[in-house]
Design a protein around this ligand. Structure first.
Ligand code: MG
Ligand code: ZN
Length: 219
């Protein structure tokens, strides 16, 4: 019985996710779902990347957090549309929350919708929001064993960002270990070493976003 309940919840979510995807495509948007642990740098990444993409690509953000509008306040300074979704006790965003967030946005004039998921390396990966691409980010302070420990996050990712790469020497982090673990679970997604502090790798990530956006809008 319990399994049936869980299945029907997931099916209901997937139906809403499919509707979200259709709606976003009709509006000519690329939707990017960003998943990582708390504190790995999702909001800072968005602050830097959205500025670099502008004015060629115009962004909007749905940002999920249990409480506060702190991240929406930070991103709002960029002069873009931002909707903060407070999940209360919820540890991931759902397709329904994204649908509600979309109601608050004027999609005309937006090229890329970034969805900053709740910081969590486990369950957000199991929930389709209607995104076109998934970004999984690992930051160096988390340790070079995390790809092996959290394969469900990294396996379905379309690109993997290794953030805070400027700390590699201080933290004794071995990027080769991450590459070895990825080779076992995801050979499709590129791995980019980035630093939101120094700007390393951000241009390459922006290039990737631009290419993916072009592929969505060209059918
Ligand atoms: Mg954040
Ligand atoms: Zn969750």
């Amino acid at each position: 019985m319990k399994i049936k309940v869980v299945e029907s919840v997931m099916k209901a979510n997937d139906a809403v996710a499919a509707a979200n995807r259709q709606r976003l495509e009709a509006a000519g948007l690329l939707a990017v779902n960003i998943l990582s642990a708390p504190g790995s740098g999702k909001t800072t990444l968005l602050e830097k990347v959205i500025l670099r993409l502008s004015p060629k690509l115009r962004s909007a953000v749905l940002v999920g957090d249990l409480q506060t509008t702190r991240d929406a306040d930070r991103l709002g300074h960029l002069g873009i549309q931002v909707v903060q979704i407070n999940t209360g006790a919820g540890c991931h965003l759902t397709a329904t929350q994204v649908a509600q967030g979309l109601e608050c946005l004027d999609l005309a004039g937006v090229d890329v919708l970034f969805i900053e998921n709740v910081g969590n390396m486990v369950c957000p990966a199991a929930v389709d929001l209607g995104e076109h691409v998934r970004v999984a980010m690992l930051s160096l302070p988390e340790g070079d064993d995390k790809v092996a420990k959290y394969p469900t996050l990294f396996q379905p990712a379309d690109i993997i960002l290794l953030n805070k790469i400027d700390l590699a020497e201080v933290l004794d982090f071995d990027p080769a270990r991450v590459r070895q673990d990825l080779a076992r679970i995801n050979t499709r997604a590129p791995l980019l070493e980035v630093s939101t502090r120094t700007g390393q790798g951000l241009e390459a990530f922006c290039q990737w976003v631009s290419e993916r956006r072009a592929s969505v809008t060209n059918g």
